[in-house]
Design a binder for this molecule. Structure first.
Ligand code: ADP
Length: 154
C-alpha cells in the first residue's frame, strides 16, 4: 500500500492545495492530509473548521483521509505507515525552503521520501497567507478557493 502524507496548515485550504492532491491521487493508494496544529502559531481558522472543509471537499474520494497532528511529520508517517511526504512547489523559493526540511526528514526517517509536485501555473502565485490577507480586507478570492470554503466566507 502506497501511502503519502500531505502535511500543511491549510489555513484555509485553497485550489492550489486541492490541485496538488488531485494530481497526486493516481500515484498513491492513500493520501493522508495532515493538518498541523502548532500551538505557537495563530491561525485564522480553527483546527475543526480547517479539518471539516477538507473532509467535505474529499468526501467522495475514498483515497483521501484527513488527520490533525501535533508531532513531527516523520512521526506521523511512522504512525500511519506512510513512506512518502507530499509537498507542492510553487517557486525556487519554495524549493530552497523545502530542501533542508526534506533532507532532515530523510535523515530522521530514511524510509520516508519527500515527493514534490509542481504547482499548476494558474495557482503558482497562490498562498493561504495572501488569501487570508485579502479575506481580512473583504476582497473576493472565491475563484481561488474550493466551494466548501467559499460558502463559509460569503
Ligand atoms: P505549510 O505551512 O506547511 O507550508 P501550507 O498549507 O501553506 O502549509 O502548504 C502545504 C503544502 O501545499 C506545501 O507543500 C505548499 O508548498 C503547498 N502549496 C500551498 N499553496 C500551493 C499552491 N498554490 N500550489 C501548489 N502547492 C501549494
Amino acid at each position: 500500500m502506497r501511502t503519502a502524507v500531505f502535511p500543511g496548515s491549510f489555513d484555509p485550504i485553497t485550489r492550489g492545495h486541492t490541485d496538488i492532491i488531485n494530481r497526486a491521487l493516481p500515484l498513491f493508494d492513500k493520501i493522508i492530509v495532515g493538518i498541523g496544529n502548532n500551538t505557537a502559531k495563530s491561525y485564522m481558522y480553527d483546527l475543526a473548521q480547517r479539518e471539516k472543509w477538507i473532509r467535505d471537499i474529499f468526501k467522495a474520494e475514498s483515497k483521501v483521509e484527513v488527520i490533525t497532528y501535533q508531532t513531527l511529520t516523520v512521526e506521523l508517517c511512522r504512525q500511519v505507515g506512510a513512506k512518502y511526504i507530499l509537498r507542492g512547489l510553487r517557486s525556487a523559493l519554495d524549493l530552497e525552503y523545502e530542501k533542508p526540511i526534506a533532507n532532515l526528514n530523510r535523515s530522521l526517517e530514511p524510509g520516508v521520501e519527500t515527493i514534490f509536485i509542481l504547482a499548476s501555473e494558474e495557482y503558482a502565485s497562490l498562498s493561504s497567507t495572501i488569501i487570508r490577507e485579502v479575506i481580512r480586507y473583504g476582497g473576493d478570492v472565491s475563484k481561488y478557493l474550493p466551494e466548501a470554503v467559499n460558502k463559509k466566507n460569503r
